[in-house]
Every structure is written in structure tokens, then in C-alpha cells.
Design a protein around this ligand. Structure first.
Ligand code: 13P
Ligand code: SF4
Length: 301
């Protein structure tokens, strides 16, 4: 691993490259990354970095968003098959249908979506800013795609008329309220922190609901010593790094995103060495998809 790390460092310098990683990728990949964060943070880094090449350790929509925001950069994916199933769980046709029904409709698109879906959307959001952005929109009617769970969390906390789409994260949607209650019984003093991709039923057991970054920051600021963490297991690496003396409990079965776990340090090395899996987006798609992404960056400020 030390050898591989040194080889990656040398290649990064040679190619003026940076490595971005989401909190859900494996610890050894997070360890070699220059920036680790949630989807929102990584999108901002992808736009502002002055590196010529970005290696994006994450799933397809993350690499696509980086390329849309920074078309002049080379964006490489360590594994071209790492994709988020939810990113494809809505259709441009359903958006057009909904637009016919509501004249003032705003299409709010979770960043976990294909570039094609972004082209028919008014604004993107991430789990870190969805509520703030929806509330800032002048529109009364909001079509929230693709995640019904994040959408219903926003609906609960907003006065807008939020129309939901049948899409979900297979990992978070599978977590049951029973598994959370079991943990609460076992660790009655632990604070319960959750990602808003969980179902409404599960979210009703939370003390705090936020993005992966929000969850991690909560544990750092809190005087509490024990936390029940209801999101993908990858966050454990950063949680333990920042809080070596605190305890973290995850539900059973462990929430694991198989697509995020496809990224390995070896694949990071080979994609950087051979310029593999370049993200390519045609100009028309890129220009249209840039509008909702830029609007997100503006409204989240
Ligand atoms: P955040 O990065 O916004 O916390 O979202 C989690 C996620 O599912 C990314 O795929
Ligand atoms: Fe998609 Fe869920 Fe994996 Fe995130 S955890 S990338 S939402 S499948």
C-alpha cells in the first residue's frame, strides 16, 4: 500500500491531478484522497480546483457533475461501472407530464441523478441543502426527483406543495425502523443520527437528520459519547478519525453501497496512469445540465 501511495503521489504531481472521494468509498481510498466529503462539498471542489485532472472516487453522477461544472478538466473514474441506481429512477417524460399539469412547477433534482435528468430540471440539490433551496424558490409547486425519501423529508419541513417521484436509494430505503429500535434499546444513551435518504418511518426515530458531512460534524461538536449512525458504513472512517474516543453503532444488516465499494486504490492508480474512464458529455447536454447545478451553487450560498 505504501508503494502504491507513493506511485499515486508521483503521478498526481506529474499530471497536476487531484483525487476526490466520497465518504462512502473504502477507507484505503479515502486515505489517498486529497479531498473527502459529501456530494455538495465535492461538487464545489470540482468547480473551484485548479488541477488539470480530477480522479473522482465515487459513482457516475459525481463524475458527470464534476465534468459539467468543469468541462476544461479531465475527469477520470476509477471504475466506470460504479453507478447510483437511484440516479436513473425518474424520467424526462414524467417531468414533461408534470409540467403540463402545473404552470408554476419547479423541477428540483437531487444531484444523485443522471445528466439527462438534470437537463430537464430547474435546480439541483444535495442532502446538505435541499430544504434551504426548496424554501428559497418562488414556486409553490415542486416536483422532487428522483428520491421519494429525501422529497418527503423536504415536504415535512416545508410549506410548499411537494410532488414526489417513485425513486429511492436501495441501501437507505432497506433500513428498517425495527433495526433502529433494536439499537436504541441496546444503547439508550446514544444519539440517533440519520441520512434523509431513509424512509419516513425510520426518520421518525432520529435526533438529527443531515447529509454525511452534517452527521460527521454533529458527532464532533456534540458532548455525547455514543451515536447510532443510520447511513452507509463508509462514514465510520471519518467518524473514528475525528472522534477516537467516541462509540458508533450501525444497523444490521450493515448498509453497504456496493457501487461505492467498487473503487479501489489499485483502480485509482491505473486510471490515473493510463487516463482510463474519461467522463465525456456532449455539449448540448452539458450546457443544459449546468443550469440547475449552477443555480444550486448560487442558492446554497
Ligand atoms: P451526501 O453525500 O449528500 O451525504 O449523500 C449521500 C449519497 O448517497 C451520495 O451518494
Ligand atoms: Fe446511490 Fe444509495 Fe449508493 Fe448513495 S448510497 S450512491 S444514493 S445507491
Amino acid at each position: 500500500m505504501k508503494d502504491l501511495k507513493e506511485k499515486i503521489t508521483a503521478l498526481k504531481a506529474e499530471k497536476n491531478a487531484v483525487i476526490l472521494a466520497h465518504y462512502y468509498v473504502s477507507p484505503d481510498v479515502q486515505e489517498i484522497a486529497d479531498y473527502v466529503g459529501d456530494s455538495f462539498y465535492l461538487a464545489k471542489i470540482a468547480k473551484s480546483s485548479d488541477a488539470e485532472t480530477i480522479v473522482f472516487c465515487g459513482v457516475e453522477f459525481m463524475g458527470e457533475s464534476a465534468k459539467i461544472l468543469s468541462p476544461e478538466k479531465t475527469v477520470l473514474m476509477p471504475d466506470a461501472s460504479a453507478d447510483c441506481p437511484m440516479a436513473h429512477m425518474a424520467s424526462a417524460e414524467s417531468v414533461l407530464e408534470m409540467k403540463k399539469k402545473y404552470s408554476d412547477l419547479a423541477v428540483v433534482c437531487y444531484i444523485n441523478s443522471s445528466a439527462e435528468l438534470k437537463t430537464v430540471s430547474d435546480v439541483c440539490v444535495t442532502s446538505a441543502n435541499a430544504l434551504k433551496i426548496v424554501n428559497a424558490l418562488p414556486n409553490e409547486n415542486i416536483y422532487f426527483i428522483p428520491d421519494k425519501n429525501l422529497g418527503s423529508f423536504v415536504r415535512k419541513n416545508s410549506d410548499k406543495n411537494i410532488l414526489l417521484n417513485e425513486g429511492w436509494c436501495p441501501i437507505h430505503n432497506n433500513i428498517t425502523a425495527e433495526s433502529v429500535k433494536k439499537l436504541k434499546n441496546k444503547h439508550p444513551c446514544a444519539k440517533v443520527l440519520m441520512h434523509p435518504e431513509c424512509t419516513e418511518d425510520v426518520l421518525s426515530c432520529a435526533d438529527y437528520i443531515g447529509s454525511t458531512s452534517g452527521i460527521i460534524e454533529y458527532t464532533e461538536k456534540s458532548p455525547e459519547k455514543e451515536f447510532i449512525i443510520i447511513t452507509e458504513i463508509g462514514v465510520i472512517y471519518e467518524l473514528q478519525k475525528r472522534n477516537p474516543n467516541k462509540k458508533f453503532y450501525f444497523p444490521e444488516p450493515l448498509p453497504v453501497c456496493a457501487d461505492m465499494k467498487k473503487i479501489t486504490a489499485e483502480k485509482v492508480y491505473s486510471c490515473l496512469r493510463d487516463n482510463l474512464n474519461k467522463v465525456e458529455i456532449d455539449d448540448k447536454t452539458r450546457e443544459k445540465a449546468l443550469i440547475p447545478l449552477n443555480r444550486m451553487l448560487e442558492l446554497a450560498r
